[in-house]
Design a protein around this ligand. Sequence first.
Ligand SMILES: N[C@@H](CCC(=O)N[C@@H](CS)C(=O)NCC(=O)O)C(=O)O
Length: 289
Amino acid sequence: MTKDEYTPPKVWTWEQESGGQFASINRPIAGATHDKDLPVGKHPLQLYSLATPNGVKVTVMLEELLALGHTGAEYDAWLIKIGDGDQFGSGFVEVNPNSKIPALMDRSGSTPVRVFESGSILLYLAEKFGAFLPDADRVEVMNWLFWQMGSAPYLGGGFGHFYAYAPYKMQYPIDRFSMETKRQLDVLERQLAERPYIAGETYSIADMAIWAWYGQLALGRLYSAAEFLDVESYTSMQRWAKDIDARPAVSRGRMVNRTFGEPETQLHERHDAGDFETQTQDKLNPAAD
Ligand SMILES: N[C@@H](CCC(=O)N[C@@H](CS)C(=O)NCC(=O)O)C(=O)O
């Protein structure tokens, strides 16, 4: 019997932590673990999030909307520390019963609207503001947005988990999910070889969703896996990923709710456009620099 071999019992029970990064926050039951209200700020949109790829999709969209002049997209971004279990607080669970970031409350109308699942949030905002969902390519944008939502768990929960977070390296799952991740990169490469953006001529919510995962993977920002996956060989992806990375709204969006990386790139909470200049960790906590 090899180390990876396992005979499942008749009924699975939760007996011990599986080990590996994030094991301590995983549990087989849903719902709140503690009472905690969420804070509410002054803006119409209240975002509860963290700057993981799923979180970045939404902060990039909000910053892009503001850059276009949609003042109704002003937002407060509150930090949800998933490593500390904030996603299991009662207030968060009311906004997202699935206990995952990102989660949004739209308080602009008479009745607050909760929006969860990053793809749903992107679509909600695109429809609300009539932006980044071009009529001509609407179906293609939806195709690729849903493609991202279905595909990224193989990259994150599959490849990323076994390559970077599992307690030890296992060849079978790493082979399986590397194969799938490279297949997905090739799907994108072929699409981007023929058009500037994923759904056609125009930058859209499909680009924002896919860039946050696959663009950042291509730029070597996820799982220290650039060499292993030979991301440089996907040349059209590289062109597209760098183009989007150069957008000022994308740079700002990546900073919001970020708790890792250089202190000047970390804006733990965002409540005002000016916060990018004055509230980053290098300014708030200069001694830690
Ligand atoms: N399909 C969801 C996935 C969200 C998700 O997996 N969020 C992660 C961070 S990237 C999370 O909140 N994890 C906390 C947990 O699993 O307890 C979406 O796109 O919004």
